[in-house]
Design a protein around this ligand. Structure first.
Ligand code: FE2
Ligand code: FE2
Ligand code: FE2
Length: 205
């Protein structure tokens, strides 16, 4: 009987010690995910600017505009992730790789692949962990990015399908400076993703 009581007390003490350690580890997982997303967004920003330059060289003005708009959106995502990283006591760190630039057709294909991965795998996985850890700041910044990447994948897919018709001058896109949502026209009052007023949108061409 006495042994059983001692064992029960020991088990409770062990649980009390183990719980905070588990909580600390689980918080680090979201911090790691934020760092990984910050790195990915920073590289996407650099890559899309290089793709825009190539599209201009090949005479695809409207595609160059789309790459520049998406580049600005990825910059918004990187900045949003950085705010949460700092709030959690971390330092945002990115390793910018030299972008691999091919033809505009191939660059669009590569961009679709990247956006689709972020939309279907990366951000859904990061959101699952952030929800389990009840990290509302991380949930918000991951959700904003996921919504914008979904739109980027759609816009890039559309551009690839009609690429031969996209020669000529630059066109205007609108990018939400709060969440990075990317639109072809401002036919709404509030951002469809973060609900900020449309005055938060920036023109990119
Ligand atoms: Fe992004
Ligand atoms: Fe994107
Ligand atoms: Fe927004």
């Amino acid at each position: 009987m006495r042994t059983a009581v001692i064992l029960a007390i020991s088990a409770m003490a062990l649980f009390a010690i183990a719980t905070p350690v588990f909580a600390a580890n689980s918080t680090n997982k979201t911090l790691d995910n934020l760092q990984s997303a910050f790195n990915g967004e920073s590289n996407a920003h650099a890559r899309y600017l290089a793709f825009a330059q190539k599209a201009d060289q090949e005479g695809y003005g409207p595609v160059a505009s789309l790459f520049r708009a998406a580049a600005r959106a990825e910059e918004v995502h990187a900045n949003n992730h950085a705010v949460v990283i700092k709030k959690m006591g971390g330092t945002p760190t990115a390793k910018i790789e030299t972008p691999v630039v091919k033809t505009t057709k191939e660059n669009l294909e590569a961009a679709i692949k990247g956006e689709t991965y972020e939309r279907d795998v990366m951000y859904p996985d990061f959101l699952k962990v952030a929800r389990a850890e009840k990290n509302t700041d991380a949930i918000e910044t991951f959700n904003y990015a996921k919504m914008a990447e979904t739109e980027h994948a759609r816009l890039y897919t559309e551009a690839l399908a009609k690429l031969p018709t996209l020669k000529g001058a630059a066109i205007t896109y609108y990018v939400c400076s709060v969440c990075g949502y990317t639109a072809t026209k401002l036919d709404f009052t509030k951002c469809p993703s973060c609900f900020s007023h449309k005055e938060k949108y920036e023109k990119v061409s």
